[in-house]
Structures are given as structure tokens and as C-alpha cells.
Design a binder for this molecule. Structure first.
Ligand SMILES: Cc1cc2nc3c(=O)[nH]c(=O)nc-3n(C[C@H](O)[C@H](O)[C@H](O)COP(=O)(O)OP(=O)(O)OC[C@H]3O[C@@H](n4cnc5c(N)ncnc54)[C@H](O)[C@@H]3O)c2cc1C
Length: 405
């Protein structure tokens, strides 16, 4: 008999979410499941604390832990025009990873073991999977389980055609009184100087009228250096009239944006979740809501004793649209600033948010598509289709080498 019903490798957004679901899963079962969460001790390779923003209707799983939330959002176009409106039916929410971790760990189900161990190997088997891990004092330990959910970083399973990075640095600032309007977050301000390809923008998430997270972001091939981000942030504060700034804390990060596809089942008993399981929406970098949908589906399967294969939380048509959009940005077919300015200027904000989170219906998606630079996007669509055809042709030839002789 294996040691555990399931093991969670990594205590980030996906691992903590799955651990948090255990109480609900066990409440729906006659026999509780036993699980363990493995996370290495803090060190150079563990992620630094971060903020997770996402949108959903009011009344979500994490509402009691939110640092802030906004019902109104503003987008500032490259031309300086402000488009402010209600995000209805959504609320834009900000969580701190440290608050989520503290809450999940202190309210953990009695059937969850929290192990401070670095996983060094995972192997599959017909009856159970095995995880080998190292303890902080250097001992090697082995755990067996029916299922393993691995959230360690992993590249996509297919290489894909476009590999952009969403790279950013943000400052938690205290500024002069009256600097911010806590009733509305600035989701995108497209006024910063634009790179040759990709897009640059800032956003401002006000916590009070003096405090905010001000972030500078680019979608591009290469991350900047910290001094380059700092210059961009200083320039942005000057542009936005944010004066008397005292920097309280900073965060910096990179989120891969790729049309490579992710496989969530890597063995009979091995699964990938989170970013490693395709939860990042390629065109936006937002991951948290994909993680939530993916983990809810896993929890449901565990509660009902089904094989808990995590779904990739994005529909195939949305991944195709994202591949086209990433290609258009990367190859310079569209100006990123024009693309996003048009998207937000010509559509109701709630509809754009539904679209960006994969919750919209096809007719709405067509209407939204028509508000983007149609000729450039059509060209990128043809290029994408052509690259998929040549790829399919190559793989057919590879599978039938005699036809090629
Ligand atoms: C600074 C930053 C800000 C972000 N902000 C947002 C946002 O606002 N909204 C949004 O939707 N997305 C955001 N993202 C993207 C995404 O939501 C996060 O990266 C999220 O943390 C991904 O969750 P995850 O569980 O897949 O990976 P992670 O949260 O990175 O978790 C992976 C875990 O695996 C652990 N691990 C690694 N190696 C081992 C090992 N050998 N053994 C055991 N455990 C191991 C790590 O320590 C880590 O805890 C942000 C990303 C960054 C970097």
C-alpha cells in the first residue's frame, strides 16, 4: 500500500491551491485521502513572495485574504485617452502569495503532511509512483503515492513557434497624499515608450490614496536589467504625476508566453499542474485563474475517485488565437500599443475581461477580434496556419520516410 493517496510537489500557487482543497475533498468522501505537500526550504531556487492578481465575480474562494480589490478599472491608451469603467460582472482582485501560504498552511487538513524537502526524482509505476526527496540535513527519503501532482517549473511539451517573455518589475510605493484613487486600478497604461516589437506598459494598483503597486511590464524576447527597469519605473512615475515616491518593497519576475503546448499527464500516475501544466494564458501571462480552474477539476476527480488528470484550463480555440497574437507581436506585424488600445477602447471592459479569461462565447470573440488591427492579424493568422501545415507535413514525412525516398 502506498504511503499517500497523493503527493503535491511544490508549494506555489498550484500546490497550495490543491492542498487547500483537501478539506473539501475529504468532506465529500467516506474514506479521507492522505496527502503530502513537498516544498524545499527557502533558498536561491525557491520563488520570492509575489502578488497574484486575477478577476472573477465577487464571492470567490480567496475573498477573505484579498489585499485589495477593485470594481472599476482604467486603461490608458497610447494616445493618453483614459477608458475607465466598471469591470462588472468581475472584480479585479489582488492576493499576496505570503497570505495564501500562511492561510493554507495554518488551516491545513489533518490528513496533509507538510514536508520541507527538495524533490530530486519522480518515477512512475503500475501500482504507485515514487518521489525521492532530500531533507534539509541532506538525507535522501522516498515516498510512494497513488498520484503525484508536480508543479516544479517545466518547459512545454511541444516546442512551439513563438517564445516571448512577460517581464516586469514593480514597486510598492508610498507617495504624496492624494496620488492615487483607490476606487479604480489602472490595468494598462500604454503611454511608456514602446519597444520595436512587443509592447510596454505600466499598471497601477492603488491600495490607499497614498500607497500603490506601480509596475512596468514588457512583452518581448529579452528581460531588462534591474537598473533598466528602475529607469523605466522612475520615468513612468514622472509621466503619471506620481510624486514624492518612497519605495517600500519591490517585485520582479518573468512569465513565459509561448504557443508551445503543455501535457498534464506525464505518466500513468504522474501529473503536472500550474504553469508546468499549461495554466498560464499565453497571451496575457495571467495564471492564477487558470490554476484555480485546473485544481478545482482535480479536486472534483479526487473526491469522486476518478483518475485526476488535470485539464489544461484554456480552450483550444483560445490557444490558437493566442498563438496568432503572440506571433503578430513577436514578428512586429502589429503595434502592441495600438492592439491593446483598440481592444479596450472599442469594447466593454467586462467583455474584454471575459474574453481574456476564456469565458466568452464565439460571436463576442469575433466582435472583439474585429476591433484589433484586422489586416495585420489576418496576415499573422495565415502565417500561423501555414506554419502549422508545414509542421504537419514534416511530421507525416518523418512518420513515412519511404514516401520521401
Ligand atoms: C513576480 C510574479 C508575479 C506574478 N503575478 C501574477 C499575477 O498577478 N496574476 C497571475 O495570474 N499570475 C501571476 N504570475 C504568474 C503565476 O501566477 C505565478 O508564477 C504562479 O506562482 C505560478 O504557480 P505555480 O504553482 O505553477 O508555480 P510556483 O508558484 O512558482 O510554484 C512552484 C513551486 O515549486 C517549488 N519547487 C521548485 N523546485 C522544487 C523541488 N525540486 N522540489 C519541491 N518543490 C520545488 C518552488 O519552490 C515553488 O514553490 C506572476 C509570476 C511572477 C514571477
Amino acid at each position: 500500500m502506498p504511503d499517500y493517496d497523493f503527493l503535491i510537489v511544490g508549494g506555489g500557487a498550484a500546490g497550495l491551491s490543491l492542498a487547500h482543497h483537501l478539506t473539501g475533498v475529504n468532506a465529500r468522501r467516506s474514506q479521507p485521502l492522505r496527502a503530502a505537500l513537498l516544498e524545499p526550504p527557502p533558498g536561491a531556487s525557491t520563488p520570492v513572495p509575489r502578488t497574484w492578481c486575477f478577476w472573477e465575480p465577487e464571492g470567490g474562494r480567496w475573498d477573505a485574504l484579498l489585499t485589495a480589490s477593485w470594481k472599476d478599472l482604467a486603461v490608458i491608451g497610447a494616445d493618453g485617452e483614459v477608458h475607465r469603467s466598471s469591470a462588472s460582472p468581475f472584480v479585479y482582485k489582488m492576493l499576496r502569495s505570503t497570505d495564501v501560504e500562511h492561510h493554507v498552511r495554518t488551516h491545513a487538513d489533518d490528513h496533509l503532511d507538510q514536508l520541507t524537502q527538495r524533490v530530486i526524482a519522480v518515477s512512475d509505476g503500475p501500482d504507485h509512483a515514487t518521489v525521492v526527496a532530500r531533507t534539509p540535513d541532506g538525507r535522501e527519503v522516498r515516498h510512494t503515492a497513488r498520484w503525484v501532482f508536480d508543479s516544479r517549473p517545466a518547459p512545454p511539451t511541444t516546442r512551439g513557434h513563438t517564445h516571448l517573455l512577460q517581464h516586469f518589475r514593480g514597486r510598492f510605493v508610498r507617495a504624496a497624499p492624494g496620488s492615487f484613487d483607490p476606487a479604480a486600478a489602472v490595468l494598462m497604461d500604454l503611454r511608456p515608450t514602446q519597444p520595436d516589437t512587443g509592447v510596454a506598459f505600466s499598471y497601477v494598483l492603488p491600495l490607499t490614496e497614498r500607497e500603490a503597486l506601480v509596475e512596468y511590464t514588457e512583452f518581448g524576447r529579452q528581460a531588462l536589467t534591474t537598473p533598466q527597469y528602475e529607469t523605466a519605473l522612475t520615468d513612468y512615475c514622472a509621466l503619471a504625476g506620481i510624486n514624492g515616491v518612497e519605495v517600500v518593497a519591490s517585485e520582479q519576475g518573468v512569465i513565459p508566453m509561448t504557443d508551445g503546448r503543455f501535457t498534464t499527464r506525464t505518466g500513468r500516475r504522474l501529473f503536472r499542474v500550474g504553469t508546468a501544466g499549461g495554466a498560464t494564458r499565453p497571451s496575457t501571462g495571467y495564471t492564477f485563474s487558470g490554476v484555480s480552474r485546473q485544481i478545482a477539476a482535480v479536486a472534483d476527480a479526487l473526491a469522486h475517485d476518478r483518475v485526476p488528470v488535470p485539464p489544461v484550463p484554456h480552450r483550444a480555440r483560445h490557444l490558437t488565437m493566442d498563438a496568432i497574437m503572440l506571433r503578430a507581436l513577436d514578428r512586429g506585424r502589429v503595434s502592441g500599443a495600438d492592439f491593446f488600445t483598440g481592444l479596450f477602447a472599442d469594447n466593454r471592459l467586462g467583455n474584454v475581461l471575459a474574453f481574456l479569461d476564456g469565458r466568452s462565447a464565439v460571436p463576442r470573440e469575433i466582435a472583439i477580434g474585429l476591433s484589433t488591427p484586422v489586416a495585420a492579424m489576418s496576415r499573422a493568422t495565415i502565417e500561423h496556419a501555414w506554419s502549422r501545415c508545414t509542421e504537419t507535413g514534416r511530421s507525416l514525412l518523418y512518420r513515412n520516410p519511404r514516401r520521401n525516398s
